[in-house]
Design a protein around this ligand. Sequence first.
Ligand SMILES: C[S@@+](CC[C@H](N)C(=O)[O-])C[C@H]1O[C@@H](n2cnc3c(N)ncnc32)[C@H](O)[C@@H]1O
Length: 212
Amino acid sequence: MEIYDYIDSHSSKASEALDWVVRQTHLRTNHARMLSGRVQGEFLKILVQISGASRVLELGTFTGYSAICLASGLPEGGHLDTLELNDELEDVILEGFERAGVSEKITLHLGDCKQTLERMRKEGTPEYDIVYMDANKREYSEYYELVFDLVRHGGLILADNVLWDGKVCQEPLPQDKQTVSIARFNDMVASDTRVESLILPLRDGLTLIRKL
Ligand SMILES: C[S@@+](CC[C@H](N)C(=O)[O-])C[C@H]1O[C@@H](n2cnc3c(N)ncnc32)[C@H](O)[C@@H]1O
């Protein structure tokens, strides 16, 4: 048994709603590998619970798997704003939220998250406890600057896929824009004195960044 399968089989089982999201993702998209999956989903839920977060922001909803996990960890009255570019996913996202019983806790914002974040900044949205970045890997550095002021001191920014299949440890080809961008983002976070950070080798790498 592969070590990841062992971890998977010895962690909490996914809900029926999450299994439904996985099936629909395979049926309706060609990108099921983008799902964060059960182990990371459970990690996100527990992180929200133990941190006591009540306001969470997600960049990159896809079919709603991680959004359901984040929202499931929220207390009564807590809220998740989740941002997604692809409006063709709206139906599956909203049905998944209904099935998971978390619709009341989530607002889905369709459109380019950079524009949504600019609007939130202008409107003076209340600060978030946790931001989970999982949209376009080429834009992580921009997202980081855009969300930084939206996170409270002591709050967390999480960034997914920061190891990019281990390619960040190799000399990237200049045309490999995703690896170049993620490596630049990782360097930027590591040298940012406004935060303390740790890359967890969970799945494809998840950075935990705590704003001081
Ligand atoms: C890796 S998937 C997210 C997976 C999801 N968090 C999960 O765990 O199930 C990335 C998503 O980001 C979306 N995306 C890419 N660029 C974006 C942008 N500029 N604004 C909002 N969403 C974007 C894509 O359409 C895609 O659905």
